[in-house]
Write a protein that binds this ligand. Structure first.
Ligand SMILES: [Zn+2]
Length: 218
């Protein structure tokens, strides 16, 4: 009996030694490696997604209740932010992304550091205002602008459907003009000169809405 207890204790001791060693290795990696910070931070955020994702929405909810819930969640989130303030960054990257709720831009880039300017626009279509905002962002240090579109885009669907085009003419027209707007942005003298001297790149990419994977378009 004594022998069995001793063997059990030895096994527990071994398990805790391994756990302790792993924890120590993770802590050291976090202290010395930016990559470890990103990977471990990302894993913890994914753990949060894992817990929140299955939370069911109530069917019979009124707009008043939604607003109250939003304020309540904001109160909690702002309180946490107040206790654990975050650093601010001057983003080097700006992205234009459709407003589709299935696309989470933090997930898209695996980064929650506010390292990206993000323009969420219906159908990813810029107007002159957004072109000016992007130019302002470039003058503040942005070196990469990523213009995205995505699969299963409701705005593209509207543009392709004659009936929906009649009902939502402004969206249809915007999608029709998307490429021309992009060319207009690239032709702005400030943007064109920065692209020409290599201090700015403007890339286009399509997002697979189901997987969040980016495919670069040449
Ligand atoms: Zn869309």
């Amino acid at each position: 009996m004594q022998f069995a207890i001793r063997r059990f204790s030895a096994r527990v001791y071994l398990v805790w030694s391994v756990v302790g060693m792993l924890v120590t290795l993770v802590v050291i990696a976090l202290l010395v490696s930016d990559t470890a910070d990103m990977v471990v931070g990302g894993a913890l955020i994914d753990l949060g997604y894992f817990f929140q994702d299955p939370v069911e929405e109530s069917e019979d909810v009124t707009p008043d209740q939604l607003w109250a819930e939003m304020l309540e969640h904001n109160e909690m989130a702002a309180d946490v932010r107040n206790r654990f303030p975050r650093s601010t960054h001057h983003p080097k990257v700006a992205m234009v992304v459709c407003m589709d709720a299935r696309i989470d831009t933090n997930e898209l880039v695996g980064d929650t550091r506010r390292y990206y300017y993000v323009l969420r626009l219906a159908g990813s279509v810029m107007s002159e205002r957004e072109e000016e905002m992007l130019e302002l962002a470039v003058s503040n240090g942005v070196e990469l602008v990523v213009l995205t579109t995505h699969t299963e885009c409701a705005a593209e669907h509207v543009a392709e459907d004659p009936e929906l085009r009649t009902r939502y003419p402004a969206i249809a027209q915007a999608v029709d003009e998307r490429d021309a707007r992009r060319q207009e942005f690239l032709a702005r003298p400030f943007i064109a000169s920065h692209v020409a001297d290599g201090s700015l790149q403007v890339r286009e990419a399509r997002i697979d809405t189901a997987t969040g994977r980016l495919s670069a378009e040449e």
